[in-house]
Design a protein around this ligand. Structure first.
Ligand code: GCB
Length: 600
């Protein structure tokens, strides 16, 4: 699905701002049939939860309603008119005046609704959006609604971040021509100094398609006509980690001499490949440094914010990070566009977090009932997961920054049924995108002895907390565990191995000369221990610390005002570990990880 973009043939109106807002329990039965009877207003884009002081709203189970008036530009009478939601977390029903015009399930992927037949150019309409943050065992991510002793419904979930809900990304009204470009796919490669861009274009009706590729200076370097083909680029400039270079592909649908639709796509020419135990970008071994992140900030929750985005990328660059994982859901498209432009490498993860009943069993990892069963991850869950993978890959397939899909975070890959559940999903992902490697982030109790999934995947991504949840405060023992664990995976798989999570909760300002959990020194020493071990294995291809910044979680006695494993605080102040990482990742002290000794 193409991102709405202004072009000579397309226009858009941004609908962000302050909307009328109400929760279902306080509204009349059909809130969309008139002006919402509510004293509340909520900002878009932002999760609604923390905008109010009212606990009933923060922890609301059920539907909330957003409403505003929208005026259709008067010049749009010949156009198709669409509403675009960059995200509605986790499900939405959309009403134009009194009519339901569409629904969507899945909180982190966009959707378009064609409302051409319901609105008129120049006129205003009432837009009402019902959004539900509810999670069940058949949603991605999964959850469960419990009813308490007082009859209140409560959302329970099996992931470690607050279940923010609402319209956390932009909303648009946009126009698309009657005959339009509906999708564009590019696959890039190079041979010596010649680059190639294989493209294919889908249109809403048969029409002539032509494409033109311009370099960063705007010079046209290749042209072609036809809905699919291969463009060749002499003296290609590759998109590289840390050295982004983007061409612009202009796709046009033409009728005789008239351009009926036009759409621009940024194209980075690069290749990605897994060979033996190496992860290759442009044929060269790549070592990931960086973080698992969250879309999370005070007040706006998961709301996208350009200023936070710019600052986060600045901080990543400052620490010498070359990559991040979109843990634990697809991030706003603006973030991937930014990564494309700035040469930051992305592991793009689905929202499938919590497919693991073992986490309920705590450190024993013993599930109260099987994860892959009618009770929990069943056929409907799998279908929702498949749909989510489709929407993710359709949205993000053209981003050069995205080098790998992460299909799930910490699924119960040690349990029976995992293979049956995941095999069709892996097949689907490979069919949708045969070019990128696949991975899943491996939970601690899925070991090299009991994991049932790794053969389906290309890269071993380990989430490990030796020295934190296991061998707390005992880095010597932790080091031995970690060493044995990595060695076991290398021996079993021969695949590239990386650490997608390792971290220690840290309260800034807490200090100790001892190995004392929660202190800034302990976080530094914990990371250093991990790095010592990683550096012993040439098969190791990367390290992404958990987490970039502190983030909000649900209440729990093991969480103090959220998860504190951030290297930065929630308001992005560095802890001591930030400086330690900067030294390692920028090579200020010794050699940068992943660089052969003779390059230092
Ligand atoms: C994990 C999860 C992550 C948690 C983290 C932690 O394994 O993937 O979502 O936040 O551990 O801090 O416990």
């Amino acid at each position: 699905m193409l991102k709405p973009t202004p072009t000579p043939t397309r226009e858009l109106v941004n609908l962000d701002g302050v909307w009328r807002f109400g929760i279902d329990s306080r509204l009349a039965s059909e809130p969309w049939t008139g002006i919402l009877d509510t004293p509340l207003e909520a900002a878009v884009p932002a999760s609604y939860n923390d905008q109010f002081t009212d606990a009933e709203i923060r922890d609301h189970v059920g539907w909330v309603y957003y409403q505003r008036e929208v005026r259709v530009p008067r010049g749009w009478s010949e156009e198709r008119i669409l509403l675009r939601f960059d995200a509605a977390t986790h499900a939405a029903r959309v009403y134009v005046d009194d009519e339901l015009v569409g629904e969507h399930v899945g909180g982190y992927t966009p959707f378009d609704l064609d409302i051409t037949d319901r609105v008129h150019a120049g006129d205003a309409f009432r837009l009402t959006v019902a959004v539900s943050g509810d999670l069940s065992n058949e949603t991605i991510p999964p959850g469960k609604i419990e009813v308490g002793m007082d009859g209140r419904r409560k959302q329970v979930y099996f992931h470690d971040f607050f279940n923010y809900a609402g319209l956390a990304r932009s909303v648009w009204l946009h126009s698309v021509p009657r005959v339009s470009i509906d999708d564009v796919t590019v696959v890039t490669a190079f041979e010596g100094t010649t680059g190639s861009v294989e493209y294919s274009v889908e249109t809403s009706a048969p029409t002539t398609v032509r494409v033109r590729l311009a370099d960063a200076a705007g010079r046209v370097v290749a042209e072609a006509s036809g809905a699919s083909g291969v463009l060749s680029i002499a003296d290609v400039v590759l998109w590289k980690p840390g050295a982004a270079y983007l061409y612009e592909l202009t796709v046009e649908a033409v009728d005789g001499d008239v351009v009926v639709d036009s759409y621009p796509l940024a194209v980075g020419v690069r290749t990605v490949e897994v060979k033996g135990h190496e992860f290759l970008i442009n044929g060269e071994p790549f070592y990931f440094t960086g973080f698992g992140k969250h879309e999370d900030s005070v007040i706006r929750g998961k709301g996208h914010d350009d200023a936070y985005m710019v600052h986060d990328f600045q901080l990543m660059e400052w620490t010498g990070a070359n990559s991040f994982r979109t843990s634990h859901y697809p991030y706003a498209e603006e973030v991937l566009d930014f990564a494309d432009r700035h040469g930051i490498v992305v592991i793009d993860e689905t929202a499938a977090v919590g497919l693991n009943m073992g986490v309920v069993g705590g450190m024993t990892g013993k599930p109260p009932f099987p994860t892959f069963s009618d009770q929990y991850a069943n056929d409907n869950t799998q279908a929702a997961h498949a749909q989510h993978i489709r929407e993710l890959i359709t949205r993000d397939k053209n981003h050069p920054s995205v080098v790998m899909w992460c299909i799930a975070n910490e699924p119960a890959s040690n349990e029976d049924g995992a293979l049956e559940y995941f095999k069709p999903l892996v097949d689907l992902a490979r069919e949708l995108d045969p070019t990128r490697p696949l991975t899943y982030a491996l939970v601690m109790f899925a070991t090299f002895q009991n994991d049932q999934l790794i053969d389906l995947f290309d890269v071993v991504s380990m989430n490990r907390y030796y020295g934190w949840y296991i061998a707390t405060g005992d880095l010597q023992t932790a080091e031995m565990y970690l060493q044995g664990d990595i060695a076991g995976w290398i021996e079993r798989t021969g695949k590239p191995i990386m650490m997608t999570e390792y971290g220690a909760d840290t309260q800034p300002g807490l200090h100790s000369v001892w190995d004392q959990a929660w202190t800034e020194e302990y976080q530094v020493d914990y990371l250093a221990m991990n790095h010592r071990v990683f550096d012993r294995f040439p098969q190791f291809v990367g390290e992404q610390v958990w987490n970039f910044a502190d983030f909000a979680t649900s209440n729990g006695i093991h969480r103090v005002d959220g998860n504190k494993k951030g290297v930065f605080t929630r308001d992005r102040k560095p802890k001591a570990a930030a400086f330690a990482l900067r030294k390692r990742w920028t090579g200020l002290e010794g050699r940068k990880p992943g660089t052969p000794a003779d390059e230092n």
